[in-house]
Every structure is written in C-alpha cells, then in structure tokens.
Design a protein around this ligand. Sequence first.
Ligand code: ADP
Ligand code: ADP
Length: 233
Amino acid sequence: VNTIELRGIKKIYKIGGEELAALAGIDLDIHKGEFAALMGPSGSGKSTLMNILGCLDRPTCGSYKLDGEEVAGLSDDALAVTRNKKIGFVFQNFNLLSRITALENVALPLVYAGVGRNERLERAQHFLEAVGLGDRGDHQPNELSGGQRQRVAIARALVNDPHIIMADEPTGNLDTKSTKEIMEIFEHMHEMGRTIILVTHEPEIAACASRQLLVRDGRITRDEGKGVVMDVV
Ligand code: ADP
Ligand code: ADP
C-alpha cells in the first residue's frame, strides 16, 4: 500500500524574470511503514520536497496522493486538516516553546485538535514516558539536554498518533550519544509500523533507514533499499 504517491511534481520559483525549478519532476512512491532517508547537497531541493510531502506547501504542478487522496490542489485550510491528522514533524532545532513545560509542549498539538485538558495531559504523559522522559514533564526546555529536548519534540510529534513522521536533520545538533538514542527511537517507531521520512547529510544516519533516496538538481537520482540499487538518472 502506498501512503505517498508523487507524479510529475514540479516546484517553480520565479525570481525576477527567471524561473528556477526547485523540483524538476519527481515521481516517488513511499509504502506504508517504510523508513526513507533523503540525502543530497545543499540547494538540491530536499526542503522544498519535504514541505510538499508534509502538506506545508503545494507543488506548481503534478499529483500528490496521500493515502489515496489528491492533496496537491487543496486549500490551505484543507491541507492543514490533513497535515494535523496524518503527519508529525521533528526539526533540527527542536522548535519547543521555551516558556512552557515539556509536558505542555507535548500536549500542544492536542489543543489544536480540540482535545480536553485532562485527556491532553494524560496522552502527553504517556508519550513522554514512551521516550523515557516520564519524570521530566514539569521541566522547561532550557532545563533539559539537547537529546532530551529532541525526545520531547518526538513525543510531541507522536501525540496525535499520526502514521507519518517527517524529520529534518533531527540529530544535526546532537552529540554522538544523543544521536544514537534518537536513532533508536526512530527505529522503534519504524518497527511500530509508522512511515518515516528523514532528511540527513550523514551516511551513518541514512543507513538506519530501509531506503535511501538521493536528490540532485530537483530530481531523485538514486533510490536504494531492500538490497536493490537503482540509478534513476
Ligand atoms: P535543500 O533543502 O536541498 O538545501 P531547497 O529545497 O531549500 O534545497 O532549495 C532548492 C532550490 O530552490 C534552491 O536553489 C533554493 O535557493 C530555491 N528555493 C527554495 N525556496 C525558495 C523560495 N521560497 N523562493 C525562491 N527560491 C527558493
Ligand atoms: P534549508 O536550510 O532548510 O535548506 P534554506 O536556507 O534553503 O533552508 O531556506 C530558508 C528559507 O528561505 C526557506 O523558507 C526557503 O523557502 C527560503 N528560500 C531559500 N532560497 C530562496 C531564494 N533563492 N529566494 C527566496 N527564498 C528562498
């Protein structure tokens, strides 16, 4: 079952009179439960692709089916509904709110989802425990280490129970030990059947994924996984 199907996806930016194809025609299927790493040099189009996959932005043309639903042409509001239901995000800089506690940070997506306070805190506590921080809920982000902050961010990404997790350089600001802990959590999420798409510059991180995709000049030029190597271009 494909959870993600991209066909002929282009993203064209007009800068002055010039057109720049940040994405120059992407065809990509990602199966439910797949763990895919996205690699490629700076400026190759990874962020643009992640923004489209994550329903944060729309392509200039092409088709994007998410669980069979065409989302490329949805309005901003409809896109936001789909995004909040289906996708959890993890960022390089954690993106936690600094003036509220770890538990409140984790519970935040449930506020937007309209879940009542008691259930919010209960579910947030459950996911904090799942990432090994059950006893840190009342700490503010600045009282936690980088690795702990990223675990809080992962708990927040999971609290709505999305079946897709998207992560942009999630270990980019972490030391070796925390990186290992975070990648173990990603591997665990994969084992639990979630679909994971992760951008990384580091081959050792990409090797944790079941599939490695290389982006160059707005195209996927290499697709490697499950023992199969395919040079697309
Ligand atoms: P990566 O994430 O791989 O570094 P990006 O997706 O950020 O690559 O960028 C791909 C190309 O698109 C780059 O040439 C970048 O300058 C350009 N680009 C990205 N976003 C915009 C934008 N909002 N307006 C114009 N050009 C953009
Ligand atoms: P990243 O570090 O994730 O690759 P960038 O530094 O490429 O991000 O881009 C940061 C922001 O600037 C993004 O919102 C991107 O869309 C925008 N951007 C990138 N390149 C350009 C550009 N050439 N013109 C206008 N906006 C751009």
